[in-house]
Design a protein around this ligand. Structure first.
Ligand code: APR
Length: 262
């Protein structure tokens, strides 16, 4: 049992303040990032051992190559897919206590929607149903014509690029690449949810990538309270009403447990 008291006075106070805001909310929305999946063994992008810290951020020529020659792009991606350390970490990852707690919040009627920047499918595997994957899903492909999505394992890769079974359009992996526009359907839902949110939880994100980092700011401009769950400060920390400076698994579990007690 992760009692807030056991977490220390400051954390105990932050958890209680977060729970008070959640209890008053009728449509809480969460924005999650790589920090939430760090406890599942998936590297983050920035910070001490982040992927981009170690290897540098990807350039946008991947997106340009796809646009110029989707067939060659697919050949290149399929060659590298097996050897990817990051991809392997995702393939063997399991949902952690943070994902489970967020699914519990949804089942308790305390979390209406999750906007995730993560591509690892762990929210859904933990039981979250109302979710928008603004940066896509590594296990899916998306049609560049009709926007339809399928699981990667269901499409034939005998012919590259693979074509959409519905409209014959060219398929791409669903993960949004640097330089690639965010898919319209995902972007519309993110703005819709941000416009109706009456509470925003920002969980495990450095809040430096847009448009994702803008959603909590848009809500804040309407007077919506912000809860940040992150061991470290971010550009949103100054506007957060409550900052829970702890790992997401511990913090979210303590929040759920306190809600269940009240
Ligand atoms: N619990 C909560 N937060 C954590 C934890 C943890 N256990 N461990 C690390 N963090 C925090 C870090 O302090 C950091 O603020 O999670 C954040 C991770 O930041 P990033 O690595 O930048 O990940 P993210 O914010 O999701 O990146 C956004 O950048 O490159 C793009 O598409 C990529 O979706 C990604 C986007």
């Amino acid at each position: 049992m992760t009692t807030p008291q056991a977490l220390g006075p400051d954390l105990d106070q932050a958890i209680r303040a977060a729970v008070a805001l959640i209890r008053r909310s009728r449509h809480a929305v969460a924005l999650s990032g790589a920090g939430l999946s760090a406890e599942s063994g998936i590297p983050t992008y920035r910070g001490a051992n982040g992927l981009w810290t170690k290897f540098g951020e990807p350039t946008i020529d991947g997106w340009e190559l796809f646009c110029a020659d989707p067939g060659s792009w697919w050949e290149h991606v399929l060659e590298r897919r097996e050897g990817s350390e990051f991809g392997h970490a995702i393939d063997i990852a399991e949902p952690n206590a943070g994902h489970v707690a967020m699914a519990d919040l949804e089942h308790m009627g305390r979390l209406a929607h999750v906007i995730t920047q993560n591509i690892d499918n762990l929210h859904q595997r933990a039981g979250t149903r109302s979710i928008t994957e603004i940066h896509g899903n590594r296990a899916k492909v998306r049609c560049m014509n009709c926007g339809g999505r399928d699981r990667l394992e269901t499409i034939s890769l005998d012919r590259l690029p693979p074509l959409c079974p519905e409209c014959g359009g060219i398929l791409k992996n669903d993960t949004v690449m640097f330089g690639e526009p965010i898919p319209d359907d995902a972007l519309r839902e993110c703005y819709r949810q941000s416009a109706i949110a009456d509470l925003f939880l920002v969980v495990g994100t450095s809040a430096v990538v847009y448009p994702a980092a803008d959603f909590p700011v848009m809500a804040k401009r309407r007077g919506v309270p912000l809860i940040e769950i992150n061991p470290d400060e971010t550009p949103l920390s100054d506007i957060a009403d409550v900052a829970v400076r702890a790992p997401a698994g511990m913090a979210l579990t303590a929040i759920v447990e306190l809600l269940q007690e009240l």
